[in-house]
Design a protein around this ligand. Structure first.
Ligand code: NAD
Length: 478
């Protein structure tokens, strides 16, 4: 549910009053609807001359999706030979064609920029275009990851685009977002996972993902891209979602089912009614299970394999809060949060890794719910912050172990999401928590679910060990 304030400032009178008083005016975000267009308008593809070949590949991907793309490849490559004569339109020739266009997206390809001074050619093509970015528009950067052996000037340029993107995202308005794809060394821009990340960032599925960078590594998705693969990427797959009785977990179950998965919904017996409701809604099965049970992992694997014949995706979503200042912390509050939020995930992952080693599961996707509290910390949440940072830590470590079996492990870190968990926060801090992000509102459970579904999809095989924040670019943390 959209909060009352966001609704109010999107009515005629509310809009005027908020503008006069200089109050935040959060936009009603555009969210995924079946059959809706990928972007809200044509795409402007901008690159510096050195990145022109990479940008041409990106342009091919965008055009392959039926998007209307205008290229603008800027500048020459200093001391590195003549500008490529690849027949692309010049700045002047496209300027006329652009006319009054409202861009649905601007894609900036800067993967081959070799030193900070070379960034200006492409970057300074953006100011005019940004004024023409449509409401709910998208900016996506495609840059290259800094690597340990990089020359200092190359490392500065590569890392520079991280700060550039995060700052630019904070300047966008009217539901527009900015996110970045960072290609690992040797990864082409049209790598299947780069395409999947590009599509996710361009789409309405990433409505509450803002100011984030995803690195695409080497794993080959081994998956053919097709309209069917985009619509139902999890067709034939079996997914387990813990804490599925309500809130974010229920939304994840529904989104994975929408994407074609058969879903096993897990929750504690006390939440049996909600659990049955979700399981019925997704035509999946319900497994009443406390994830802290010592044999939880084995029971999950057994249920998925005996009832559905396989196991492809596990989403560790079950989580609890027991907030207290550390000065007042008691063992029950600390221990219960550690047991549910991180120890249970670790124990279940051990069982999953053992199953992968036996060949019982193959190409497993694990997605774990972290939190921005585990990145930036939060007063009264030493226990929760400890566990959620722990999730990020074990995700990185598990990714390396799962890679041997063709699997991935990633985390999603929500910021403020409108659920029962956040409904209990007192009024004033709740209002403040909602507004302190670039989109000036709380996210919806489905926003988290869309990020989970993207990471769980076969095409995201090259994205692993990462934490994707779904927080509207919360003004906290790194
Ligand atoms: P919620 O409290 O609404 O739902 C959590 C679900 O987990 C409930 O159905 C509960 O019964 C289940 N659960 C709790 N302990 C369990 C156990 N031992 N075994 C099995 N199931 C158990 O929470 P939510 O807001 O939907 O959050 C879901 C996840 O997202 C949690 O991990 C939470 O920490 C994380 N998160 C939420 C927010 C937010 O703003 N809501 C922000 C950051 C992170």
């Amino acid at each position: 549910m959209t909060d009352m304030y966001t609704k109010a400032v999107n009515t005629g009178l509310g809009k005027t009053v908020a503008a006069k008083l200089g109050l935040p005016r959060p936009a009603l975000l555009r969210r995924h609807q079946p059959g809706a267009t990928l972007t809200v308008g044509p795409v402007l593809l901008v690159a510096d001359a050195a990145s022109a070949t990479t940008a041409t590949a990106v342009g091919g991907v965008l055009r392959g999706w039926g998007l209307d793309v205008t290229d603008r490849f800027e500048g020459s490559v200093p001391d590195r030979g003549p500008e490529p004569t690849n027949g692309h339109p010049t700045h002047e020739s496209v300027a006329a064609a652009e006319g009054e266009t409202r861009w649905g997206a601007i894609v900036l390809v800067v993967s081959e920029v070799a030193r900070p001074a070379d960034a200006s050619a492409a970057v300074l093509a953006l100011p005019k275009a940004l004024k023409r970015l449509a409401p709910h528009g998208r900016v996506v950067t495609v840059s290259r990851a800094a690597a340990p052996g990089d020359a200092p000037e190359l490392a500065a340029a590569r890392r520079g685009f991280d700060g550039f993107l995060r700052s630019l995202a904070k300047e966008l308005r009217a539901g527009a977002t900015g996110n970045g794809i960072v290609l690992a060394d040797g990864i082409p821009a049209d790598h299947p996972s780069a395409r999947a990340a590009l599509r996710f960032f361009l789409s309405a599925k990433s409505a509450f993902v803002d100011g984030q960078l995803l690195t695409v590594g080497s794993a080959d998705a081994g998956h053919v891209e097709s309209a069917q693969a985009w619509e139902r990427p999890l067709e034939g797959k079996v997914a387990v979602v813990t804490g599925a009785a309500r809130g974010i977990g229920a939304a994840i179950a529904k989104t994975l089912a929408r994407d074609g998965a058969t879903v096993v919904c897990v929750d504690v017996p006390a939440a049996g009614e909600g659990l049955a409701r979700t399981a019925n809604a997704v035509r999946g099965t319900a497994l009443q299970l406390d994830v802290t049970a010592p044999d939880a992992g084995e029971r999950i694997i057994e249920h998925a394999r005996t009832r559905h014949g396989r196991l492809d995706v596990v989403v560790h979503n079950a989580g609890i809060l027991r907030d207290k200042l550390l000065a007042n912390m008691d063992p029950a509050r600390w221990d219960s949060v550690v047991a549910v939020n991180v120890e249970a995930q670790l124990r279940i992952n051990e069982a999953l890794l053992a199953a992968a080693a036996r060949g019982d599961v193959d190409g497993l996707r694990i997605v774990s719910l972290a939190s921005t509290s585990g990145i930036a910390g939060n007063r009264g949440q030493t226990n929760y912050g400890f566990t959620k940072a722990g999730v990020i830590g074990h995700t990185e470590a598990t990714a390396a172990l799962l890679a041997e079996h063709g699997g991935t492990a990633n985390a999603v870190a929500p910021g403020f999401i409108e659920t029962d968990m956040t409904r209990h926060i007192p009024f004033v801090p709740r209002q403040v928590a909602r507004r302190v992000n670039s989109l000036q509102q709380g996210g919806q459970p489905v926003d988290v679910a869309e990020a989970v579904a993207f990471l769980a999809s076969p095409l995201a095989a090259g994205v692993t060990g990462q934490t994707l924040r779904v927080c509207g670019q919360n003004m906290v943390g790194r």
